[in-house]
Design a protein around this ligand. Structure first.
Ligand SMILES: Nc1ncnc2c1ncn2[C@@H]1O[C@H](COP(=O)(O)OP(=O)(O)OP(=O)(O)O)[C@@H](O)[C@H]1O
Ligand SMILES: [Mg+2]
Length: 367
């Protein structure tokens, strides 16, 4: 038995909506058949970014932005199905994460917008959405949710493996044979790098980390950044734009006091991402041989080089070396999580999120 499922993810980087058309073979794994990233029109992107911070009339604005998000996703799904000559009724479900605009585990909630009912209406496919709230209701962080998928897909019965997703934020999963899977958000991934290069060079991201590589990281600044209490807080923990944002960075730079060239700050921010990830793995006592990287950060050559150095003798590679395209891991995870929900099987890992127990995640919007 196998199933067609579509995973939809738009992460904290706000670069676009990732669609992954998958064929799930419950006993053998998951095949990626087709995938696409739908870039956000600038107006929607700006509005989603603005909605991540407190603002005026936000309930109405979030309602409108959520519908625009669903319309864009539905168009992308129609195009994907046409390209693959598939009909909506052949698809078991769409697993749609939606766009996080607030993540407050300390208050017990996390808000993803993306009008799942409208998405079901436009696509005529059942939609599973709202994956985080049940874990939060059970006392968990509601994040990260991908470790269960990493375990299902990449666990090795003999060797410890680490999987690190570097999106806007970075989260890691440690797969140790015979032990509960652990994982948490290590801190910022690309978010600060994107924001700094955008502010100084008008680019959306630092292609292969070249601008960072042209500068020299300031040891003093990196040390100060790493002193933020988030990095030493024990797991379970998760974070987002409401904490690590341009305001946080401005404040850090003010306190630092020294004038640094913009490229040196980019280099320091890259160092922050690399060192916070490496420290998190080392603090976990990771005896692993292989560290697999996925997410957009896997395309940042400079970041991978730093991780390779910091994590030696462990071998750092992208998940491509484990047979999974690093760009589509997260979207595939939400296709899988939708299937888990429909099977009434759990999607969270209590040792990761801190929830009281395993829970079935998601809300179902019939076709
Ligand atoms: N060629 C590249 N060179 C350097 N960085 C890149 C490159 N391609 C992508 N990136 C980085 O990856 C980011 C997008 O990564 P991704 O889509 O995994 O993050 P995301 O959407 O925030 O997902 P999530 O937060 O859920 O993990 C971009 O914003 C950019 O910083
Ligand atoms: Mg993305």
């Amino acid at each position: 038995m196998s199933w067609w499922l579509i995973g939809v993810m738009s992460g904290t980087s706000l670069d676009g909506i990732d669609l992954a058309l998958t064929r799930l073979h419950p006993e053998h794994g998951i095949e990626l058949i087709d995938a696409e990233c739908l870039p956000f029109p600038t107006t929607l992107q700006d509005e989603l970014k603005a909605l991540c911070q407190p603002g005026n009339d936000e309930i109405r604005r979030a309602g409108i932005a959520g519908q625009a998000w669903a319309e864009l996703t539905a168009e992308g799904i129609h195009a994907l199905l046409a390209r693959q000559q598939l009909k909506p009724e052949q698809i078991l479900a769409i697993g749609s994460h939606g766009q996080t605009i607030r993540h407050h585990p300390e208050l017990g909630f996390s808000v993803q917008i993306g009008a799942p009912a409208l998405l079901a209406e436009r696509c005529r496919i059942q939609v599973v959405s709202d994956f985080r709230s049940r874990d939060l209701a059970a006392g968990g962080e509601g994040a990260p949710l991908v470790p269960a998928f990493h375990q299902w897909l990449l666990e090795d019965p003999e060797h410890t493996r680490a999987v690190i997703n570097i999106g806007g934020f970075a989260n890691l999963t440690l797969l140790r044979p015979g032990q509960p899977v652990t994982g948490f958000d290590s801190g910022p991934g690309n978010i600060l790098l994107d924001s700094w290069i955008h502010q100084h060079q008008g680019q959306a991201f630092d292609e292969q980390g070249r601008w960072a590589a042209s500068g020299t990281a300031s040891k003093g600044l990196v040390k100060q950044l790493l002193e933020d209490p988030y990095f030493s807080r024990p797991a379970p923990k998760s974070t987002g734009r409401e904490y690590f944002n341009t305001h946080w960075l401005q404040q850090q730079l003010q306190e630092f006091g020294e004038q640094l060239p913009a490229a040196d700050i980019q280099a320091s921010l890259l160092e922050l991402t690399a060192q916070s990830i490496a420290n998190a793995l080392i603090m976990q006592g990771c005896e692993c041989r292989d560290v697999f990287i996925c997410g957009g950060g896997a395309a940042n050559t400079q970041l991978l080089q730093r991780l390779t150095t910091l994590l030696a003798p462990r071998k750092v590679h992208t998940t491509a070396n484990a047979g999974v395209d690093p760009d589509w891991m997260e979207a595939m995870a939400f296709a899988w999580l939708a299937w888990r929900c429909l099977q009434e099987q759990s999607g969270n890992l209590p040792a990761v999120t801190g929830a009281k127990g395993s829970r079935v995640l998601g809300a179902i919007y019939p076709r």
